[in-house]
Design a binder for this molecule. Structure first.
Ligand SMILES: CC(C)(COP(=O)(O)OP(=O)(O)OC[C@H]1O[C@@H](n2cnc3c(N)ncnc32)[C@H](O)[C@@H]1OP(=O)(O)O)[C@@H](O)C(=O)NCCC(=O)NCCS
Length: 167
């Protein structure tokens, strides 16, 4: 018998923001705001349709957020993260569903690529590969081996340079 309670994937919305912050705090702790990737989220506006929640009868159980970033002078890409799933829900494919859907929306919206900072071992299942030493510069220190890209079109090959919040 399947004892895993049902959940649904819904768009991230303000009504859930406290629950999302609580989940991020549980999973990453308060140190999360110090991460370099956070500098690309501050003052930025999420890509609404690509930012998603998994919700079950206990509330928000998973979240992925995706942000637009400027790449170099004229490039544009989606920047994914953080993704988090409540411990009680892990290993049930929740993150897989959130990732697949978020990447699909980025493709539909014409983004050339999705970029993130994370473990290649985990993200390679979604088609991410290391971007290459020094290809993307982030607004702070980052382990370049963890800077990953998932190409969504041929235009991805042209992306290179500093990542920044679109103004
Ligand atoms: C990573 C995370 C989002 C995955 O959520 P999930 O819903 O359990 O993911 P899924 O069920 O789709 O996939 C689980 C699989 O991913 C693997 N996995 C999880 N984290 C991994 C990592 N860092 N490296 C490699 N594999 C990893 C699990 O071992 C499991 O493997 P299996 O399918 O062979 O059993 C969740 O574990 C989490 O919130 N972790 C803490 C926050 C975090 O690390 N976020 C990513 C920041 S880079």
């Amino acid at each position: 018998m399947n004892t895993i309670p049902a959940y649904e994937i819904v768009p991230d919305s303000p009504e859930h923001s406290d629950a999302v912050e609580a989940l991020y705090d549980d999973v990453f702790g308060p140190g999360r705001f110090a991460k370099t990737a956070e500098r690309l989220r501050e003052g930025n506006t999420k890509i609404a349709d690509a930012s998603l929640l998994a919700v079950d009868s206990d509330g928000v159980t998973g979240v992925v957020r995706v942000w637009p970033v400027k790449v170099g002078e004229g490039g544009r890409a989606a920047f994914l993260g953080p993704i988090a799933v409540a411990e009680r829900r892990r290993g049930n494919g929740v993150a897989f569903k959130l990732m697949e859907r978020a990447i699909g929306v980025c493709r539909e919206q014409g983004y050339a690529a999705v970029i993130l900072v994370g473990d290649h071992e985990y993200y390679e299942r979604f088609g991410f590969h290391p971007a290459g030493e020094g290809r993307f510069l982030l607004p702070g220190p980052v382990d370049q081996k963890r800077v990953l890209i998932r190409d969504l079109s041929d235009r991805a090959a042209k992306l290179k340079g500093e990542l920044s919040v679109p103004r």
